[in-house]
Design a protein around this ligand. Structure first.
Ligand code: UDX
Length: 466
């Protein structure tokens, strides 16, 4: 099947490469010439596991091309719209400029029966608006909504083997294509696109436009709520001496709750969850239903105060003043296995500490270049040892495997003071305490070194500065 993918950002680049990998003839279209050139050369513009491999194999197969000319979409039967919907400057609502521009650019190249399949995360009501626009163009093309749920770091895996597929189809009785009702025609095309996943048993939900649009934003709102819930529990744990990690394990055993997305820490970031919950709440207000999603404001507020919480902890551990003190920041991307720094809590913590006068030295396996472009005022180290050397405090803010696996004995030989703040509860507190570190986690009580405990000291005594 011939497919066009309009917008070759994170979502589009991965979608185009995966669709070609599955055997379709794909053209990826983007207005950014440099991006098109890189992708056409088989080079991924982002760090995403396995993307380079499938990009180059799809390219070698001759089934994947890229262009900056929307006319290249002509002849495709399904046109995926995968452009960004960022947060509008100074507002919570989504900026829909790119979605409308993409569809406008596509219109002159559509033929009767073509399907425009929206994948971008959009305010509910968008598909119907676009369907009106496409109908008014007289092209005889149709619109469907087909949200995407990929996670960064697992984008290829999630696209090739999604855990569900959702079609939002045109209203019944809308139009016909060669005598076939629009709904059936759109469904047939999408079934052909996703034939391998569907034959593999991937669950399919076939519904209408608004439900399909809402599935995406409500899934993200639920995930964000789950994270803020456990972070709120971390605040209560801090006030009571409880351990939020054990709490999450215990409640997570209830299959109605589930353990995933119950990791307390410095909160969620990235290009999706933060802006999506804000845009969703803003859309609810437009619909006169602001009250229904008022809790998302609280979810956002809990999330944002985690960042300052970590900063306050560093200030506290350094005796109330961080000016001139070396703070090693481990991690800059918004989560491991990604070089994405959009709304990264880790980077925000680094910037806040720098703003307080700390000598911040940050490192990350893949996100340093992106971070330098945005925050050249920060100090950077290209390897962990340089970041740690002479540090007065270490702050782990993105739980890359190489930071989880750090050996506290060896790290202890590099630093000036053995203070570690574990913003992701990724380290073993006992192991670090035993190696002589002051360990502070998120919603976890202090830990005494085993030797001190065996001698009968209380946690407080054992944790007290010498
Ligand atoms: C998210 C959704 O998971 C995905 O389905 C949607 O398509 C896009 O948005 P992504 O932004 O790639 O995907 O990241 P995700 O893995 O969901 O993590 C989001 C943030 O939450 C990260 O900053 C992560 O560190 C944080 N997080 C996640 C927690 O703080 N605690 C958790 O338990 C889980």
């Amino acid at each position: 099947m011939r497919i066009s993918v309009i917008g070759c950002g994170y979502l589009g680049a991965v979608h185009a490469a995966c669709m070609a990998h599955l055997g379709h003839e794909v053209v990826g279209i983007d207005v950014d010439h440099d991006k098109v050139r890189a992708l056409a050369a088989g080079v991924s513009p982002i760090f995403e596991p396995n993307l380079d491999t499938i990009l180059s194999s799809a390219r070698e197969s001759g089934r994947l091309t890229f262009s900056d000319d929307p006319a290249a979409a002509a002849g495709a039967q399904v046109h995926f719209v995968t452009v960004g919907t960022p947060q509008r400057k100074g507002e919570n609502a989504a900026d829909m400029t790119y979605v409308h521009a993409a569809v406008d650019a596509l219109l002159p190249h559509l033929r009767p029966g073509d399907l425009v399949a929206g994948k971008s995360t959009v305010p509910v009501g968008t598909a119907a608006l676009l369907a009106e626009k496409v109908a008014a163009s007289g092209t005889g093309a149709l619109v469907a909504w087909n949200p995407e749920f990929l996670r960064e770091g697992f984008a290829v895996e999630d696209t090739l083997t999604p855990d569900r597929i959702v079609y939002g189809l045109p209203p019944a009785g809308a139009t016909t294509v060669d005598g076939v009702p629009a709904q059936d025609h759109a469904r047939r095309l999408l079934d052909e696109v996703y034939v391998s996943a569907l034959e593999g048993g991937t669950p399919l939900v076939v519904t209408d436009y608004p439900t399909a649009e809402l599935v995406k934003v409500s899934a993200n709102a639920f995930l964000a709520t789950k994270i803020s819930f456990i972070n709120a529990m971390a605040e209560i744990a801090d006030a009571t001496g409880a351990d939020v990690t054990a709490l999450a394990d215990a409640i997570g055993h209830d299959t109605r709750i589930g353990r995933r997305f119950l990791n307390a820490g410095i909160g969620f970031g990235g290009g999706c969850l933060p802006k999506d919950i804000r845009a969703f709440a803003a859309r609810a207000e437009e619909l006169g239903k602001g009250e229904s999603l008022a809790f998302l404001r609280e979810v956002d507020a809990i999330n944002l105060r985690r960042r300052q919480h970590v900063v306050d902890m560093v200030v506290d551990e350094l005796g109330g003043d961080v000016v001139g003190r070396k703070v090693a920041i481990l991690g800059l991307s918004f989560k491991p296995e990604s070089d994405d720094i959009r709304d990264s809590p880790a980077l925000d913590v680094a910037v806040r500490l720098k703003g307080l006068g700390a000598d911040v030295v940050a490192t990350d396996p893949h996100a340093i270049l992106n971070s330098i472009r945005q925050h050249p005022q920060l100090g950077f180290a290209t390897n962990t040892v340089d970041a740690l050397f002479g540090a007065d405090a270490i702050v782990l803010v993105t739980e890359w495997a190489e930071y989880r696996d750090l050996d506290p004995e060896r790290v202890g030989e590099l630093v000036r003071a053995k203070v570690v703040i574990d913003g992701r509860n990724a380290l073993d507190p006992q192991r670090w305490a035993d190696a002589g570190w002051t360990y502070r986690g998120m919603g976890r009580p202090g830990v005494a070194p085993r030797a001190a405990r065996d001698e009968g000291a209380t946690t407080q005594e054992a944790m007290a500065p010498a």
